[in-house]
Design a protein around this ligand. Sequence first.
Ligand code: ADP
Ligand code: MG
Ligand code: MG
Length: 678
Amino acid sequence: MGVLTEGKALRWEETTAETRQYVKNHGVLQFISNYLKNKDRIDEKLIWGDEIEYIMVKVNKERKVAQLLLASDVLLKKLTEKEIQYEKGNLPDMKQPSGSWKPEYGKFMIESTPYRPYGSDIIDLLKVEDNMRNRRLEAREFLTDDVYLMCLSCYPMMGSLWSDFVTPTPEKKNLGPISNSYYISDEVINPHIRFGTLTYNIRIRRGSKVCILVPLYMDLKTNPLIGLAIQSVNLNALQNGSTIEYRKSEDNSDCPIENLKVTVVNQVHGKPLTVTIDDSHCNQSPTFCNQFIKNKQPSIYMDAMAFGMGCGCQQTTYQLKTITEARFLYDQLVAICPIFLSLTASTPILKSLLADTDARWNVVSASVDDRIPSEKSRILKSRYDSVSLFISNCVAAEKFSDIDIDVDQTTYDIVSNVGVDHQLARHIGHLFIRDPLVIFSDFEEVDDNSHTDHFENIQSTNWQTVRFKPPPNQNSEIGWRVEFRVMELQLSDFANAAFAIFSTLMVRAILAYRLNFYMPISKIDENLKIAHKRDSILNDKFNFVFDPTRPIEDENVDIHSVYRPMTINEVINGTDKNLTENNIQPFIGIANIIYKYLDEYGTSLSLEERKKLNTYIEFISLRASGKLQTPAHYIRTFVQSHPKYEFDSVVSEEIGFDLLEHLRSIQTEKIKPSELCI
Ligand code: ADP
Ligand code: MG
Ligand code: MG
């Protein structure tokens, strides 16, 4: 999750406008020094790697209970020690570890990357699946049999009111001083000071708890208020079915839960629950909240960063030859992100309730939204959101960036003055509209000409769908990189590997053929919203570029003439050839572009190797066509067909346990359901 610094992390109230401005000013200077040093560098090899996040789940089969195990700091220590011993040459077999391990937001999460990035040979792609499997086994060595290391975009029981979802049982279960959440103890947060401070500072900066609202899936017997329930402080005083008028406090003009009555929700699997309305989160952006609440859309309410940053994902990062190539790739991937969110969707359950959405992105976005109400008319998105601007130095990048963005003018001017062109200066100026959230007490000791800590402070807390990454510092061996950040986790190593491989081949094809996926950012944002919808992969259309061979240099193009609505199947597998007869230009499909690329550039592969690579591509093709299900669809169906499911959208402790056991058997390849696997 970006940089970690040692030292004392300052709480929001311990920083001043001057301290924050200091960090920003020096962050800009550090970017400039790094940019000037590295802008002409050439790194011949397309090095790349993936990042996969795991969660630790402890199960008690006799009691049929599964809980998040708050111990990833202990596991990380052991794995890091192994890396250190290897580097020192102390490992008995001198075998290079499979993974490199990093902390993540949750004390139940851990992240791994391949120990060394992969090289540029196509054949390297065939190492990915084994490497992912070996990484898991490497961590398993330190775990007992009752602890599962799972790839789940979201732990289904996270924040559940009807199960003790973490172990060891926290001393203080809720309303801790950091998140102040009704549902989640502060003890789930990684103990490294950065994570707690980040959480606390976001809440204090915005002046209220974060407010995450996701549409609730309405089944036959779903109580529309159940997603808003918080455990009652006074259960005894309320009888089942009784109501209390809710009075809206006066200063909260856009309170999302206006005029609702507080109602005792029916018993949920034997446990009475009370809906109590919290109005402390009323400064949600109208665009986000209104669609759910003004229309009285029944919602799942979540009030802590852990609901979002406790989600996992898969990312892939590519080092490019030059800064120009990196900026070009960034722009193309931005347009493709929504397609991959829909394709990989795996988040149908939130807070142990079935959601009416399939993907995590919006949850994470709202979970770290640090804006104060008065900023929302100027700053239109959360720090964690979709990309708002293409960054190549070309007319197309500027033209297709059709939404308003706020830019820090001082930053823009300073970087422009040293020769940074308009689009990149806007990008940096846009990053720097945000405040640094975690400042360490020794912040003034950083040398701007050899370090980038202050730049990274801002950069690493701008969590967008794609990230443009300069070299880590002025003297690094690592070059300009682009990180593709949108994919959700899959249930098996094969499936995760398939997406890493498919994206990498797509990246190579984009670079080799200079494919042009520029389309208006406003339409990409619409696509990202659609990608969250339940089964968007089957039911929805996405506006997508139909001729990626169109020259990027065509300056007269009408930006709304380059895309048309397509299904995910069409985007991946191509459109029906008969369209030509109706004068509609067919789209070849990304999978077919990849096959073409492999035919041309993969000639050194043996037949066997090519066949193996094809399997991964076929898997994505089948997913796109609907012949294989998304994890989201599969998980939802599992819950809805569970004998104990009461058609109320509730994932009870027992259903949750059975689900996790089932998903575990898929991960360990004990079972290969035909709906998911080839
Ligand atoms: P972050 O969490 O900031 O995204 P990580 O260090 O966790 O960064 O992951 C970096 C990813 O970038 C890894 O998957 C790694 O394999 C990949 N990568 C791509 N190019 C390089 C490079 N030149 N050097 C090191 N890692 C690279
Ligand atoms: Mg990482
Ligand atoms: Mg990353």
